[in-house]
Write a protein that binds this ligand. Structure first.
Ligand SMILES: NC(=O)c1ccc[n+]([C@@H]2O[C@H](COP(=O)([O-])OP(=O)(O)OC[C@H]3O[C@@H](n4cnc5c(N)ncnc54)[C@H](OP(=O)(O)O)[C@@H]3O)[C@@H](O)[C@H]2O)c1
Length: 242
């Protein structure tokens, strides 16, 4: 992997993320929030309904590396239904590594859902770890082997209030949001995002798959390019909100 910006030279995912310590920069009323997406050159965020075929092994390594830098990971229900997540820190070594840098052994997995129509047979709900669901549904979830907390909002989930809850009630200092596009759009519209990690895969897919932001934004969001890496023609950018 090579760094193109700011200082060109060889690098690795580990080296690049080593100095990235988002947990040291929480806001008073919410965690530091970073988004992560992979997209094709024509801007599509899914191939055949999932994100896996977009990026290479280097993209997977970047995502795994990013997860080691955050207290919690958040996704929308659409992403959970499509991607069927498992435990975020599956290996004991990975959990020990997290604890060594002062992070909780398992990142808190946060899901935002209106209808609570989730794939309850997905590995996330049986493999252990910790899950917190913000929902506007009054339905009760089934019994799960993984510890599950539910926080209910009326009407729809108020994302600013949800982030405030994570900061104040759960001690979350840094949150990695892995999408999807509808959740991302709302977070950007409410000015709740600090960083955007975007992998651009050298592929064109056409069709009508979602882009990384779906829904209206009330204004153009200006971004600053903080770094740009390359491996095998794939680009790994970190943008920060100006
Ligand atoms: N390329 C990538 O990096 C990447 C990353 C993530 C996802 N994806 C792809 O994106 C697609 C899914 O897109 P999506 O936009 O549907 O995903 P999404 O944003 O994860 O999910 C949307 C759903 O989240 C819930 N939700 C979001 N905001 C809410 C709020 N304020 N209050 C209550 N519920 C809320 C709703 O769930 P309910 O339906 O339960 O009401 C809504 O239908 C999949 O194909 C996935 O593979 C790609």
């Amino acid at each position: 992997m090579q760094r193109l910006l700011p200082e060109p030279g060889p690098t690795t995912v580990e080296e690049q993320l080593d100095g990235y310590r988002p947990w040291e920069h929480p806001h008073d009323d919410r965690p530091y929030v970073a988004m992560n997406f992979a997209a094709t050159v024509d801007g599509r965020a899914a191939i055949s309904g999932v994100s896996g075929p977009i990026g290479s092994d280097a993209d997977t390594a970047m995502l795994a590396g990013l997860r080691t830098r955050f207290d919690a990971v958040m996704i929308g229900a659409g992403t959970m239904r499509a991607e069927r997540y498992g435990r975020l820190a599956p290996s004991p070594e990975g959990r020990e590594r997290r604890e060594r840098v002062g992070l909780p052994h398992d990142p808190l997995m946060v899901i935002v859902s209106g209808r609570l129509d989730l794939p309850w047979d997905a590995p996330l709900f049986s493999e252990g770890g910790r899950v917190l669901i913000f929902t506007s549904s009054e339905a009760d979830p089934p019994e799960t082997a993984t510890a599950l907390r539910i926080v209910r909002h009326e009407g729809s989930v108020d994302l600013a209030a949800a982030l405030a809850h994570l900061r104040r009630e759960r001690g979350i200092r840094a949150l990695l949001c892995e999408g999807g596009p509808h959740l991302h759009g709302q977070l950007e519209a409410a000015d709740l995002v600090d960083d955007l990690f975007l992998t651009t895969a050298p592929k064109l897919v056409g069709g009508g798959a979602p882009r990384i932001v779906e829904g209206e934004l009330p204004r153009i969001v200006p971004l600053e390019l903080s770094w740009l890496l390359e491996e095998g023609g794939e680009l790994f950018a970190r943008y920060s909100r100006r």
